[in-house]
Design a protein around this ligand. Structure first.
Ligand code: HEM
Length: 376
């Protein structure tokens, strides 16, 4: 998509697409505004006419505006502070070792399947108190939900996946109501806003959001990081010598290959963006993936540079909706890169294998990532 973004930033930075009736925004400053000026650019996409997932999400954090957004978010911020998340580090490192243990002596594997997919699923499942044997079913649900690229275009598969997921969470919520634990679902069940408990649809929205937001995105961050390193073998050698550079390397991966390429908003009032006057009620697509390569914000944006200073990428959004899971995603990616460097020496992409991108204009990553290394 990157050459297309570049052309759009240059020639039509705020572009009205007649076919879909939505406005597409490509430059950094405009994307940042659309993401953060919530009084003009609402996150509430309206659940009524939306597809099943639209409805499921419409009551969740990501699709609400203040003041409800602030109240909902405050219920879960404690679980996701850098401090709370750091406490998970030993468990994440243990899981990563276990997953790598299974493949280390093989010398080659699909890293998505062996590591990047299962790790975030297990971590978020444990946070939500989901039994281990149920994790596999998530794969299909979240795949189907993510592959839906346009709001309102629910396929049969998609509707079925939604129904199954909804039923599953309803049962889980019931179970947790009778036997509360230390998990996020129990926390949400106990929570009150102005003396009122969350409604069942609100609880469902939270579950679905955490499931989808936490999994596919982190899988792709890990996959995209391996891609960036495989393309820049010098970087891999440097990280082996200077592991302290790993966090900024991850930030550069987030900028260069952003796992979330676009986010939606809806204008609540007429507004000007770039040179365009946008009416009220207009759907907006803010292209994060383009903002993160905007030459007005970044020097040599098409270069992967781990020494880039001042890397104010928008990969986790901006403003009040800034990704709740960012500390967790960063931690998982750091632990994984450290483990890959230590345990899979000489890691490189299998030659001649076509890299197939995910079928989505929102989520950016590869379906499989065949790599090889010198086996232990
Ligand atoms: C919000 C990206 C991982 C939970 C967001 C937003 C972005 C994003 C761009 C802003 C949405 C908006 O402005 O409308 C990512 C990326 C990830 C990642 C790139 C991984 C690399 C996670 C994880 C979790 C999570 C691991 C949870 C465990 C959420 C939630 C929100 C959110 C709950 C909504 C926050 C709000 O509306 O206040 N994420 N995310 N994300 N993310 Fe993430």
């Amino acid at each position: 998509p990157f050459p297309y973004y570049e052309r759009m930033r240059e020639t039509a930075p705020v572009y009205y697409d007649e076919q879909s009736g939505s406005w597409h925004v490509f430059r950094y400053d405009d994307v940042q505004r659309a993401l953060s000026e919530y009084a003009t650019f609402s996150s509430h996409m309206g659940g009524d006419d939306a597809s099943g997932t639209g409805q499921l999400f419409s009551l969740s954090l990501i699709a609400t505006d203040p003041p409800r957004h602030r109240q909902l978010r405050s219920l879960v911020t404690q679980a996701f502070t850098p401090k709370a998340v750091d406490a998970l580090a030993p468990r994440i490192a243990g899981l990563t070792d276990e997953l790598l243990e299974g493949i280390a002596d093989r010398g080659s594997a699909d890293l998505i399947k062996a590591l990047a997919y299962p790790l975030p699923v297990i971590v978020i499942s444990e946070l939500m108190g989901i039994p281990a044997q149920d994790r596999e079913r998530f794969k299909r649900w979240s795949d189907v939900i993510v592959s839906q690229t346009r709001a309102g275009s629910a396929s049969e598969d998609h509707t079925a996946a939604n129904m199954e997921m909804t039923e599953y969470f309803l049962a889980l919520i019931d179970e947790r109501r009778s036997r509360p634990g230390q998990d996020l679902i129990s926390t949400l069940l106990a929570a009150e806003i102005d003396g009122q408990k969350l409604t069942v649809p609100e609880l469902l929205g939270f579950c679905a959001l955490l499931l989808v937001a936490g999994n596919e995105t982190t899988t792709n961050l890990i996959g995209n990081a391996v891609l960036c390193l495989a393309e820049n073998p010098g970087t891999m050698e440097r990280l082996l010598r200077e592991p302290a550079l790993i966090p900024q390397t991850i930030e550069e991966v987030l900028r260069f290959r952003s796992p979330v390429q676009s986010m939606y908003r809806l204008t609540v009032a007429e507004t000007t963006l770039g040179d365009e006057v946008i009416p009220a009620g207009a759907p907006i697509v803010a292209w994060i993936g383009s903002a993160n390569r905007d030459e007005r914000q970044f020097q040599r944006p098409a270069e992967f540079d781990v020494d880039r200073g001042h890397n104010r990428h928008l990969a986790f959004g901006h403003g009040i909706h800034f990704c709740l899971g960012a500390p967790l995603a960063r931690l998982e990616a750091r632990i994984v890169l450290e483990a890959l460097l230590a345990r899979l020496p000489g890691l490189s992409l299998e030659q001649g294998v076509h890299l197939e991108r995910m079928d989505s204009t929102i989520v950016y990553g590869v379906k499989a990532l065949l790599v090889s290394w010198q086996p232990a």
